[in-house]
Design a protein around this ligand. Structure first.
Ligand SMILES: Cc1cc2nc3c(=O)[nH]c(=O)nc-3n(C[C@H](O)[C@H](O)[C@H](O)COP(=O)(O)O)c2cc1C
Length: 193
């Protein structure tokens, strides 16, 4: 089993990455393979609305000159997908929104390729807007027919400068429990009956 986590932050080793690592560590403890994919520094643009994905049905976006098709391939090969983003103006980052729009359209146009995979959202925030960003990420999972485990709070960690989220004990605990629940769910879904 494999879980791919996408970090939409412009800062590779920032608060979102720290939170994602806590979730991934719990998955690793349960023997699940993990990968952290950084959108930072990657060229990734928004959807052109060309709808070529619906015509071609080749599991890829018609724009071949950026990182998006690599991301889609990683989603398709994985059993679980985590989308992590800092809060930017009370929503996800531009790069994360581009990932959502383009991978969402391509996978739906090809017969709901993410159906029944497990999805989880992770958000870093300084002060306000995290739940709006959390909702944006979860919209992707639900329209993709994915299954979403919870934690004991919404999956948010608080901090502004890099590393500040380490002081948010409750946020870290939320991520740990999220990782435990995601691993539990993946094992149930993939158990041989
Ligand atoms: C362009 C920009 C917009 C931001 N907007 C918000 C916001 O709306 N609300 C908030 O609480 N923090 C906001 N922040 C702060 C970040 O969410 C916060 O620093 C977060 O921990 C960054 O995560 P990272 O280290 O993974 O990049 C913003 C930061 C930037 C750079």
């Amino acid at each position: 089993m494999k879980v791919i986590a996408f970090n939409g932050s412009a800062r590779k080793n920032g608060n979102t990455a720290i939170l994602l690592d806590v979730v991934l560590d719990e998955l690793k403890k349960e023997g699940i393979e993990t990968e952290l994919y950084q959108l930072a520094g990657k060229k990734i643009r928004g959807c052109l609305a060309c709808y070529k994905c619906a015509q071609n049905k080749d599991r890829s976006c018609s724009m071949k000159d950026d990182a998006l098709n690599e991301c889609i391939a990683k989603m398709i090969e994985s059993d679980g997908i985590i989308l992590g983003s800092p809060t930017y103006f009370t929503d996800v980052t531009t790069e994360m929104k581009a990932l959502i729009d383009r991978s969402g359209l391509v996978t739906r146009a090809n017969g709901d390729l993410l159906r029944r995979k497990v999805g989880a959202a992770v958000v870093a925030v300084r002060r306000a807007g995290s739940i709006h960003a959390f909702d944006t990420l979860n919209h992707f999972f639900f329209i993709s027919q994915m299954i979403v485990p919870g934690s004991n709070y919404w999956n948010v960690g608080i901090g502004r400068n890099i590393g500040e989220v380490e002081k948010d004990e409750e946020g870290l605990r939320t991520m740990k429990i999220l990782g435990e629940n995601m691993a539990w769910l993946l094992k149930k879904l993939h158990a041989r009956s």
